[in-house]
Design a protein. Structure first.
Length: 403
C-alpha cells in the first residue's frame, strides 16, 4: 500500500512524503526508524476513487505560477504549514482558475494524497520539470527551498520570453503594415486605375498589363480572397501554434534556417542547463534528470543527444563528463565546464551559471536576428510597393507624353 505522511523530526521540522509498505504499522515503524514523529499517516487512494477534482475555467499563466511558488516558499520559510498556506492563497487569489486549482490541492491534501498529484493532473499547465520538482521536494521534505528555486527559474523564463516578445514587436508591425498597404493597392487602387486605362483605349506596357490584370482579378473575387486569407491564417495559427504535430513541424522548419539555427541551439543549451540545475538541486537522480531535461529541449539533435547521454552513458556507469564528451552537439564550453565542475562537486551551480549565460546570449542573438530582419522586410516592402507604383506611373507618363 502507498501511504502519505506528515511527520516532525527531533528539531520540529515538518517532513512530508510517500512510502510504500504492506500496512499501517509498517509505515509507523519506518518513521520511527528515521526518528520522525508521525503527525498524519494516510493511505493514498487510487486516482479517481476519491480524488477531488475542481473544473478549472480559464488559464493559469506564468505570472500565476511565479506568484504561487514565491508565496508558498515565503509561507513555508516563516513556519506556516502547507495546508494553512494553501488556505491563505485561496483567500488572496481572485482569479477563478487559480482559486479552483488551489481548492483541489487543499481537498486532495486533506484526503492524504501527495501534493504533486494535483499538479500532475494538469500537464498542459504544469511542465514535467515542475511536477518532478514538487515530487522530489515532497520526498526530501524540502518544499521551501524547491519553491524558492522554482520561482527564480520561472522568473528567468518570464524575463527571456518578454525580451523575445519585445524584440519581435517592430518586425511584426512592419509585416502587418506591408501586407495592408499591398492589399490596399492591389485590391482598391489598381482596379480603378486599370479601368481608367481600359476605358480610354490606351494600351499600357506589358508589365503594367500583368499588374492591372492581377489587381482586377483580386478585386472581382475579393470575397473569395478575403475568406481564403482568413481561413489560411486561422488554420495556420491553429496548426502551427495549437496543434502539437504542427508546432513540432514549425520548429523543425525554423531550426533548419541558418539565420535562426543559432538561436535555437543556444536556447536548447539554456533550457538543458536550467532544467538540469533545478532538478539536481531538488535531489533527483542524474539519469532521470537528463531524461526530463531532454523533454524540455525542442531541437531534435540535442534531444537525441541527451537521451544517449542518459541511456547509453550514465545508465552504463559513465561519469557525467565522460558521457557529455562523447556527444558533439554541445559546445566545448559546456562540456569542459561540466568536466571541471563535476570533479569539484559543484555541477548544479555551474549549470545554473551556464543557464544565465546562455539566456543573455539568446537575448543578444534575438536582437541580432531582428536587426537583420528589419532591413530585409523594409526592402521587401519597398519592392512590392515600388512594383505597383511603377505599373501605374509608367503608363501615366506615356499618356502625358502624347500631348
Amino acid at each position: 500500500m502507498l501511504f502519505h505522511y506528515l511527520a516532525a523530526d527531533k528539531n520540529g521540522k515538518i517532513t512530508e512524503g510517500d512510502l510504500e509498505v504492506d500496512n499501517f504499522n509498517q509505515a509507523l515503524q519506518y518513521l520511527a526508524g528515521k526518528e520522525l514523529r508521525p503527525i498524519s499517516v494516510k493511505p493514498i487512494k487510487e486516482a479517481g476513487a476519491g480524488a477531488a477534482h475542481h473544473r478549472i475555467f480559464g488559464n493559469i499563466n506564468l505570472t500565476d505560477k511565479i506568484f504561487l511558488t514565491r508565496y508558498l516558499a515565503l509561507m513555508l520559510r516563516v513556519g506556516t504549514d502547507l495546508l494553512s498556506a494553501i488556505d491563505i492563497l485561496i483567500a488572496d487569489f481572485d482569479k477563478p482558475a487559480m482559486k479552483s486549482f488551489l481548492l483541489e490541492v487543499r481537498d486532495n491534501l486533506g484526503r492524504g494524497q501527495p501534493f504533486n498529484q494535483t499538479f500532475a493532473r494538469y500537464p498542459k499547465i504544469f511542465s514535467p520539470v515542475f511536477i518532478s520538482l514538487v515530487k522530489a521536494a515532497e520526498a526530501s521534505g524540502n518544499l521551501q527551498k524547491t519553491f524558492e528555486d522554482a520561482s527564480v527559474s520561472l522568473e528567468r523564463e518570464a524575463a527571456l520570453k518578454n525580451s523575445i516578445k519585445s524584440a519581435m514587436i517592430y518586425p511584426i508591425i512592419l509585416l502587418v503594415t506591408s501586407v495592408m498597404i499591398f492589399v490596399f493597392l492591389v485590391a482598391f487602387a489598381l482596379p480603378k486605375i486599370a479601368n481608367i486605362f481600359n476605358e480610354s483605349g490606351i494600351h499600357p506596357p506589358l508589365f503594367s498589363k500583368v499588374v492591372f490584370t492581377i489587381g482586377l482579378f483580386v478585386h472581382d473575387h475579393a470575397l473569395a480572397f478575403g475568406g481564403g486569407a482568413v481561413f489560411v491564417v486561422g488554420f495556420g495559427i491553429y496548426f502551427f501554434f495549437k496543434n502539437s504535430v504542427g508546432h513540432r513541424l514549425a520548429q523543425r522548419l525554423f531550426a533548419r534556417l541558418p539565420i535562426v539555427r543559432k538561436v535555437y541551439k543556444e536556447l536548447a543549451v539554456q533550457r538543458f542547463a536550467a532544467t538540469t540545475s533545478s532538478l539536481m538541486k531538488a535531489g533527483l537522480p542524474i539519469v532521470q534528470t537528463i531524461n526530463i531535461a531532454a523533454d524540455t529541449v525542442n531541437v531534435e539533435e540535442f534531444k537525441f543527444s541527451l537521451r544517449r547521454i542518459s541511456e547509453e552513458g550514465l545508465a552504463k556507469g559513465l561519469t557525467v563528463s565522460e558521457a557529455f564528451k562523447r556527444e558533439v552537439v554541445f559546445p566545448k564550453l559546456v562540456t569542459n565546464l561540466i568536466a571541471v565542475s563535476e570533479k569539484a562537486g559543484h555541477l548544479e551551480e555551474v549549470l545554473e551559471t551556464l543557464a544565465n549565460f546562455y539566456a543573455s546570449r539568446v537575448e543578444s542573438a534575438i536582437k541580432s536576428l531582428v536587426s537583420i530582419l528589419e532591413p530585409v522586410m523594409l526592402l521587401a516592402m519597398g519592392v512590392l510597393v515600388g512594383t505597383v507604383a511603377l505599373s501605374i506611373i509608367v503608363p501615366i507618363y506615356q499618356l502625358t507624353s502624347q500631348f
